[in-house]
Write a protein that binds this ligand. Structure first.
Ligand code: IMP
Length: 200
């Protein structure tokens, strides 16, 4: 049975990615929960050993819930390119290297797409809520679009400047971030989570 998060709940945000933290904090703001980040609790960042977004999202949320004794929310997400059979996908963060520099990661996507005529790309986010007893609830959101080159815009994070959502004139990197937050893969996953777990 689906578990709900009542107002007043203390929730751990199981992410060490500042871009995601900013977006998820914005999304949680209307729901009256107290949010503490995994970093603020001194929790380590678990190694992402699964080969699916849902697997890694669960692993991160469960690790934080068990270590803190509190419900925890994680996001596992990535940028997927049709011409690369869905890569970088679950290893999107790894392509940026230890320095977490996404300029070379975007250049690698462009280089590996070579002269492919298929520029379809998509973002996926799986949000997972986990409780200390091992119960989990996961929700997936996806936005389709195209990979553009050169990257455009300085907003957002990660691969945002090279993603043009279908029907949009601006990349995620050029968009007013409120617009991205309202329509993104993460926002879509969050809408499902709200419907299931913040039912009031
Ligand atoms: P992970 O979920 O920690 O494995 O990292 C996901 C990676 O995917 C991030 O480091 C970004 O590179 C990329 N990513 C996920 N969501 C977004 C987004 O909304 N914009 C840009 N890049 C994203």
């Amino acid at each position: 049975m689906t578990r709900t998060i009542p107002p007043g709940t203390k929730l751990v945000l199981a992410s060490h990615n500042p871009g995601k933290l900013r977006e998820i904090l914005d999304m949680l703001a209307p729901f009256g929960v107290t949010v503490v980040s995994a970093a603020a609790l001194g929790l380590p960042e678990p190694e992402e050993t699964e080969d699916s977004f849902a697997g890694n999202a669960k692993l991160k949320a469960l690790a934080a819930a068990r270590a803190s004794g509190l419900p925890a929310l994680s996001d596992d997400s990535g940028f997927c390119v049709a011409a690369l059979d869905g890569a970088p996908g679950v290893v999107s963060a790894l392509w940026a290297g230890l320095g977490k520099d996404f300029a070379p990661a975007m250049a690698r996507v462009h280089r590996e797409m070579a002269d492919s005529t298929d520029d379809r790309a998509w973002f996926i986010s799986v949000l997972c809520l986990a409780w200390p007893d091992g119960h989990t609830e996961c929700f997936e959101g996806r936005v389709d679009g195209t990979a553009v080159w050169p990257p455009r815009g300085a907003h957002g994070f990660g691969y945002d400047p090279m993603f043009l959502p279908d029907g949009a004139a601006l990349t995620y990197g050029e968009m007013d971030q409120r617009e991205k937050h309202a329509t993104s893969h993460r926002a879509r996953a969050f809408a499902l989570l709200v419907k299931a777990c913040f039912a009031r």
